[in-house]
Design a binder for this molecule. Sequence first.
Ligand code: GLA
Length: 733
Amino acid sequence: MAIIYNKKSQVFTLHTDKSTYQMKITEYGFLAHLYYGRRILDDELTVFAEGMGRGFFGNPYEAGTDRTFSQDALPQEFPVFGEGDYRSSCIQGINGDGSYDVDLRYQSHNIMKGKPRLEGLPSTYGDEDEVNTLEIVLIDSVSNLEVVLSYSVFEKYDVITRCAKAVNRSTNKLILDKMLSCCLDFPNKDQMDILTFYGRHAMERMPERSNIRHGKTVIGSVRGCSSHQHNPFVILCDSNTGEMNGDCYGLSFVYSGNFIVEAEKDQLNQIRVVMGIEPTAFSMVLENNESFQSPEVVLSYSYDGFSKLSDNYHRLYRTNLCRGKYKTIRRPILVNNWEATYFNFNEDKLFDIAKAAAEIGIEMLVIDDGWFGKRNDDMSSLGDWYVNSDKFNQGLSYLCKRVNEIGVKLGIWLEPEMISEDSELFRNHPDWCLKVPGRKGIRSRYQFVLDMSNKEIRDYLYDVISKILDSANIEYIKWDMNRHLTNVYSKVLPPERQGEVYHRYVLGLYELLERLVTNYPDVLFESCSGGGGRFDAGMLYYTPQIWCSDNTDSIDRITIQYGTTFGYPVSAISAHVSASPNHQTHRATSLNTRGIVAMSGAFGYELDISQMTQEEKDIMREQIRLYKKQYDLIALGTYYRLTNPIEQKSYAAWAFVSPDRKYAIVNYVLLEREANPTYVTLRFCGLDERKKYQVEGGGLYSGAALMYAGYRMPKLYSAYDCVQLNFVSIEKR
Ligand code: GLA
């Protein structure tokens, strides 16, 4: 069993294959954190919880004259506000008497096989033989607030998931003003870096590394969704950690709404990081026996650097977070008409694209924005999810039949959470959007946001979406969300529960998605939010792929996809070949380069194929053949970031290695042309030292030579040129 409890010392030890997590019930019943890191033997590191307080530290009353025991110095599992720990806390409440503090002490625990699902929330899952769970019950004996901390251990992925549930066991009303999911203290480290992923529209998930200093480094979102601006995934690491070496810890939030991450170095140089729902505009009212379940944080540890850490997330998320038919089978290669036509299309135009697509092996046509209501630009019709009869005079089912007949599947775009002022839905239900009474509200992209916490609205959306799905053979939905939340107020909740709306919005979204994925199991869902503005582990539970960015420029995409791979599998990263010059950056690149970059993800096209030359179509046909052939290696292989495009601006390279290390692909793109280019030698990763690899069209090298001496890359002469190298091992070990 991966979870051990030593009754005598009251120490809990959680082992994964390569990591150990340890905590202890201290003398006054506090749950102290002892250690998280590389696997140790049977040691109990209680030394890390020994009293370090002195001078002016606060001491629990029971400590009597012992001034060394202080919560302000103690590494903890779920620090509270108001009881003498002045660092970042996980929970703050308002008790029946109006007081703020919470005092949680150990009450009981339970160790079980498997992992219970979180009601109403996305979460990782696993069979009884792959995951075990420890639940620790803490109680505030004065307010009778109970908190249950859950730890699920996925041994083979080196992953431990955490979440917390608060239950009001009193007869008074309790209010939670803050309830995060996880705290990780590092009593054994006084220097750490934090890697965060910031961005904006068309430039998502840019890695940024900084030293954790005294005080707090805070990132998060108050936008109602996880956002382009910060991703709910961070890495803490040693200052010398790199791709292939060093200690690192990932924290990934399985949630799509507001979030916060605080990393702090305290006065004793200990490091703490907390993660959970952002407390701004958050307050949950708990009546007697009501509970609040926090979303899950997925922790992983690697001593082999970022590459191994990412691989842990990639494998777990592919198999134990994503669900549905397309979790295991190859996703269709699609063409999306957005950058091909924008709003300017009709049935015949789409059919022409589908016909040209079918000829080169594309398997699906996705009709993007503009097929519904009276939508010819972005100023109207969101909410009117019925076919635009000016564009489709014979309905969607007719086009669907036509494209199916030529062997092409059909998918559509939807933005269900939104409402345009100029829509039938708004005219009929002006009070369905999030809006504060008496205020006009903030428009963004001319639209308002529906109140997803309102069941009546969710039922409407379910009905209207299922009507479309039932009306034709629609096999894919792109679920978009193109603005952030403002004026968050729900007419269906009383004034004292308005602090629940941000969270209830997300729960409502999840409930609607759950109904749809359950009742339409053959439909492939892809999520999207102005590109990659809601690229998080929460959405991956419902949609196995996410549109990575509205920036389809292949050179910019190299960095965007690079950043995304730290926390998310390549199979989740939706990437398309678009026109050249690119519509966002006006940069011209070859079809070859665009293909190489887009094929490092869930692959598709986003241009007007009916206008392409025969030569271009031949290249695309070859790309499609290659992607199909390489699919397993790309989607299931181990991904390696061979260069960091933010630091190495001259060229970029990344690789895929098959699980049996027999095959490898290395993609290499020249980013800048130098006047007199020198040779580039790249050291590969993940190969078998003792196997010999045949480079397609080149020499024969051992894995050791390729990894330790490196491979001299072919010279490229023009900026943005690229080459793909294929390696096959020709002998058994
Ligand atoms: C968002 C998406 C795009 C496209 C447009 C349509 O920006 O990210 O891919 O669907 O909306 O309006």
